[in-house]
Design a binder for this molecule. Structure first.
Ligand code: TRP
Length: 76
């Protein structure tokens, strides 16, 4: 049997509701650092996955986030 990866294959969807929405990936493990930044313009969608490298995502700007836990919309 092959080893299971440390991520599950689960995805989240982020839809930008304005230009310049920033998605920042934070590292997994003892240190919490930014390791990737992505910019979305209004109407753009990103499908993303938590992996062995990414354990948290920080979002800046108006966006809608859809996960298996539900949807949340940041209007501020
Ligand atoms: N490096 C942290 C970790 O792997 C990143 C992290 C996960 C985090 N969840 C968080 C940082 C919640 C702040 C708040 O656990």
């Amino acid at each position: 049997m092959t080893d299971q990866p440390s991520y599950t294959g689960e995805y989240i969807v982020i839809k930008a509701l304005e230009n310049g929405v920033t998605i920042i990936g934070l590292t997994r493990g003892r240190d919490t650092k930014f390791h990737h930044t992505e910019k979305l313009d209004k109407g753009e969608i990103m499908v993303a996955q938590f992996t062995e490298h990414t354990s948290a995502i920080k979002l800046r700007g108006k966006a809608e986030v859809m996960t298996r836990h539900g949807s949340i919309r940041n209007d501020d």
